[in-house]
Write a protein that binds this ligand. Structure first.
Ligand code: THU
Length: 157
């Protein structure tokens, strides 16, 4: 028998430790929370994906009265990026959320399991690690890759 651990490296950053490029991406995700359509959960999620063509694609959660028909911010962003810029590859992803009181969260929002699976496929397409920034009111967690969020990723290729 052999036991082993899988470790996830997380870098905690303050806003003033972000590079201008990182801050731009995180701010795009923060702005996107204001475009969430979340009348049921009142949980306003924003995502932003930087592509290698220079474009930042934002996304927000879009809910529906038939609950499972809605989609998360991360998937609205990554599927729009794939649909609009099929040749572009992902460079970085940011996600954040505001709660029912409208305020940014104390702890960083992290993508749900389905979004991790969706995002990791675009990381594989990129052929390199895609960092993930998970932002809260006063701190940001940076992971070096999407796959760090999803050990034992299911993949067809
Ligand atoms: N949500 C996201 O947008 N991203 C996640 O990774 C987790 C959850 C949304 C879905 C739903 O609109 C609301 O947050 C509450 O679950």
């Amino acid at each position: 028998m052999k036991k082993f651990d899988i470790n996830v490296g997380v870098t905690e950053l303050s806003y003033d430790e972000l590079t201008p490029e990182e801050l731009e991406l995180v701010n795009a995700a923060r702005e996107a929370t204001h475009r969430a359509y979340a009348p049921y959960s009142h949980f306003y999620v924003g995502a932003a994906i930087r592509l290698d063509n220079g474009v930042i694609v934002p996304g927000s959660n879009q809910e529906n009265a038939a609950f499972p028909s809605g989609t998360c911010a991360e998937r609205s962003a990554c599927y729009y990026a794939g649909a609009r810029y099929p040749e572009a590859r992902f460079k970085a992803i940011a996600v954040t959320a505001r709660g029912a009181d409208g305020n940014e969260l104390d702890e960083p929002a992290s993508p749900c399991g389905a979004c991790r699976q969706a995002l990791v496929e675009y990381e594989h397409l990129a052929g390199h690690d895609v960092p993930v920034y998970m932002a809260a009111r006063n701190k940001i967690y940076k992971l070096d890759s999407v796959s760090a969020l999803l050990p034992f990723t299911f993949t067809e290729f």
